[in-house]
Design a protein around this ligand. Structure first.
Ligand code: GUN
Length: 283
């Protein structure tokens, strides 16, 4: 059996079209959703990411502001900028691109963002809202994975989901979102013994480790849904995920490719969160 491919580009495109329609409706009420993106320093990957975020806003009709600062920006100056954006009614979402330079306490900066504008979903208030099942912004990458899973039409209720990875931004929120969708959830990580024994039980596997070939075909139950959050390079320098795609796709029922799977969803869910932040103000 060859798995059906979950096309992240197609799901993202559909969602972005829906966002654009809702943006138009909101503009009719006199509100343009606005996102502020703060980039400190010269990290090349971060420059690419923020460029994609700003461009996606433009394409969907959202207002965006990119604020760029030199690496030597002080923590106090950054906190003052965030506070000004917290007070700015034209801005509904604030995103401080990570990583920040070492002299700035990233946690302190994230916590300074108003939870009502925390469209990254990184604030402890957002994490707490996810944990308790109360309204709040869901972290964009795992939220995108949920949308990809939903695009298959498979009901997650009662399914056994295995999340590999326990990062604050992907693994942990992913597990909580799957739980919110009534899946039975196992979290595996670097200290897990016999990973394969766990993954072989799974109806859904989310790999979010950051190491290629973490999930191989012998570790997958036939027909399982496999979501690959990894972004790695193989020996030829080609982009690859955490999953041995070529072989796992012969066992799985559904699988996301890298690139073209989870990647396009992260920015899409940022648009969704920013739109929803603006809709909440309008309500
Ligand atoms: N750095 C890498 N990915 C992200 C992200 O999703 N949000 C922020 N703020 N920084 C990042």
């Amino acid at each position: 059996m060859t798995a059906q491919i979950i096309d992240g580009n197609a799901v993202a495109k559909q969602l972005r079209t829906e966002v654009a329609q809702r943006v138009t409706a909101l503009k009719g009420k006199g509100i343009t959703p606005g996102l502020a993106v703060i980039l400190v320093g010269e990290d090349p990957a971060s420059k690419v990411y923020v460029g994609k975020k700003v461009q996606a806003c433009e394409e969907a009709g959202l207002h965006s502001v990119l604020e760029r600062y030199e690496t030597d920006l002080t923590e106090a100056a950054l906190l003052a900028r965030v506070e000004a954006l917290n007070q700015d009614p034209s801005i509904h979402g604030i995103l401080v691109q990570l990583p920040l330079p070492a002299h700035i306490d990233a946690h302190k900066v994230i916590e300074s963002i108003s939870p009502a504008k925390d469209v990254d979903g990184f604030h402890v208030a957002s994490a707490g809202a996810l944990m308790t099942g109360t309204p709040g912004f869901w972290s964009c990458t795992p939220y995108g994975c949920i949308k990809l899973l939903e695009s298959t039409g498979i009901d997650l209720r009662g399914k056994h989901a295995v999340v590999i990875g326990r990062s604050n931004n992907v693994g942990k929120p992913m597990a909580l979102m799957l739980l919110q969708k009534n899946a039975t959830v196992t979290i595996c990580h670097s200290a897990t013994q016999n990973l394969k024994a766990h993954t072989l039980q799974a109806d859904v596997i989310v790999a979010a480790v950051g190491r290629r070939d973490t999930l191989t075909a012998d570790m997958v139950k036939p027909g399982a849904v496999v979501i690959d959050v990894g972004m790695n390079r193989n020996d030829q320098g080609k982009l690859c995920g955490d999953v041995d795609f070529a072989n796992v796709k012969e066992v799985a029922g559904w699988i996301t490719p890298v690139p073209g799977g989870v990647g396009p969803m992260t920015v899409t869910m940022l648009l969704v969160n920013t739109l929803e932040a603006a809709e909440r103000v309008a309500a």
